[in-house]
Design a protein around this ligand. Sequence first.
Ligand SMILES: O=C(O)CCC(=O)C(=O)O
Ligand SMILES: [Fe+2]
Length: 203
Amino acid sequence: MDLFTGQIDPKKNWLPKDGVVHYYGPILNHAEANRYFQQLLETIAWKRDVALIYGKRIETKRKVAWYGDQAFEYTYSNHTKKALPWTPELLKLKQLIEKLTKETYNSCLLNLYHSGEEGMAWHSDAEKDLKKHGAIASLSFGAERKFAFKHKESKEKVGLTLDHGSLLVMKGSTQSHWLHRLPPTKLVKTPRINLTFRTIISI
Ligand SMILES: O=C(O)CCC(=O)C(=O)O
Ligand SMILES: [Fe+2]
């Protein structure tokens, strides 16, 4: 595996204050990343997500799935989700990113965006059952997409492009002070899969 080629510096902090974001660039070569993309498409139990918009329950076009060490449960939009047991591919990816980021993770939320018209609105990943200030490792496959951060008070913005097979890590106080989003775009016609490895605290 050819790590850190080009000018990507994985030690650089992309945020000017109040958090830490590292972008490693591609951590898998193109052929390996292609193989994972195809395997994830075929082996993950993809389902449409549900959201409450003005109190109305709607289903997203974007598909999601949730895996973990245990059958962790969480409820949102009047809907309870239970984590499925790791697949062999997810376990391999988890071990790889644990080694690279020197952190551990016990669950993974997966998103499948069928085209650039699907994205994710501004949010932070700070639900009460997520470890406070725990690292979140985001692995991307398929279409290259822009990703953005916005400071909750100053509204400062930071943007970067997430490549096929690339790793981004958000840690420290990032989720307390910054929102992030995947902006929709008409320019992208092909699908993208994103995996966010997280640490859930079971109470
Ligand atoms: O698709 C992405 O890159 C981000 C997904 C995300 O923010 C999330 O799952 O919380
Ligand atoms: Fe997120």
